[in-house]
Design a protein around this ligand. Structure first.
Ligand code: FAD
Length: 317
């Protein structure tokens, strides 16, 4: 079922959803199921599966030269989605990227997803490769998520890259990313929301946000979006802080501010077990306030670990 249909069906009730990432290459699919099983008690209507593009690694050769290799450390997004739909009978939502794809490979991926009965996709640009400062599109690939949304919308209208004898329409519900604290490259929140609006105009059906730790940032973001005429559902993304290191890592990696009160609580902790408890309490409080606000889903970034998310969900749902 489409995300938008899940919202209609719930009639205003906030639902629990989460995101997982594929395991590092070599792990068994059971490593994914082990982290999904404990969360199934909370009836998620769907699970998101992230996509991880290729990276460059450099191996030192005997002669001292470096050999550049392209590797994908976490393959398997599409296979995991199929496995989730098969095992749990719920919707699995693959994230798909501009980075690393050209338009034809994207079209063929979308055809595979359609054949697998996948009804939703999250369309993203992707980050720059680790060795590069700025994002570079592939030759004949997309530079922005809006271009990818456009390609998916075209396919939903039966418009393939080439004229075909038979042009079956797909019917994907399209999610896109939104940033309550603006995307790191955007010169201003206003400019970022301008381009977010473009993604909606081109056919995106809902927005899912970057993690944030201060609900007021989300509420302001929703207000600005609505004032700009963006009327699609906006789903908050939440992550409980779980280690002291994340005080530096999360703002750096995800460009989100941590509230002073949360920082003080984490600094006081003697070890990461205590940090986990602080993170869980903070996330429960955030979740309850967002639920009162009437969000359609509380979407948790599980980062492949179910323990904290289970504790949060059992206090919220
Ligand atoms: P875009 O919407 O294309 O925006 C990128 C930047 O360009 C923004 O600053 C925007 O303001 C600007 N911009 C957009 N259009 C234009 C234009 N026409 N001209 C000039 N500027 C423009 N990454 C992964 O690799 N895999 C994942 O699975 C993944 N999942 C994610 C899920 C969520 C919910 C979120 C919030 C992020 C996720 N990311 C993932 C990270 C994402 O790929 C990065 O944040 C990336 O840098 C931006 O992607 P986007 O889709 O928001 O890009």
């Amino acid at each position: 079922m489409k995300v938008t249909e899940h919202i209609k069906k719930a009639r205003g009730k906030t639902q629990f959803t989460f995101e997982i990432l594929p395991p590092v290459k070599g792990y068994h699919i059971n490593s994914i199921f082990d982290n999904i099983d404990p969360l199934m008690d909370f009836n998620p209507p769907f699970i998101d599966v992230t996509y991880h593009r290729e990276e460059y690694v450099y191996n030192e050769l005997e002669n001292g030269l470096l050999q550049k290799k392209v590797v994908r450390k976490r393959p398997g997004t599409v296979g995991i989605c199929a496995a989730i739909q098969n095992k749990y009978g719920i919707d699995a939502i693959p994230h798909i990227l501009c980075g690393g794809f050209n338009k034809e490979v994207t079209e063929n991926l979308l055809i595979d997803l359609d054949f697998l009965g996948i009804k939703n996709v999250v369309a993203l640009r992707g980050d720059a490769m680790k060795s590069e400062t700025y994002f570079k599109a592939n030759k004949d690939g997309h530079s922005y998520a809006s271009d990818l949304v456009n390609q998916i919308s075209d396919l939903n209208n039966g418009k393939y890259l080439e004229q075909l004898e038979v042009s079956t329409k797909t019917d994907f519900c399209i999610g896109v990313a939104g940033y309550p604290e603006k995307h790191m490259e955007a010169p201003s929140l206003e400019s970022d929301i301008h381009f977010l609006k473009k993604k909606i105009k081109l056919g995106a059906d809902y927005i899912i946000t970057q993690m944030f730790f201060d609900n007021s940032k989300f509420f302001e973001f929703v207000d600005i979006c609505r004032a700009e005429g963006i009327n699609v559902p906006i789903i908050p993304g939440l992550k409980p802080i779980s280690t002291k290191k994340q005080l530096n890592l999360l703002p750096h990696r995800f460009h989100c501010d941590l509230p002073e009160a949360l920082i003080k609580e984490v600094i006081k902790c003697k070890d990461n077990d205590q940090v986990k408890e602080v993170g869980i309490k903070w996330c429960v409080d955030q979740s309850k306030e967002l639920m009162k606000f009437g969000v359609p889903f509380l979407h948790y970034y599980s980062m492949g670990r179910a323990d904290s998310i289970k504790k949060i969900a059992s206090r919220v749902f």
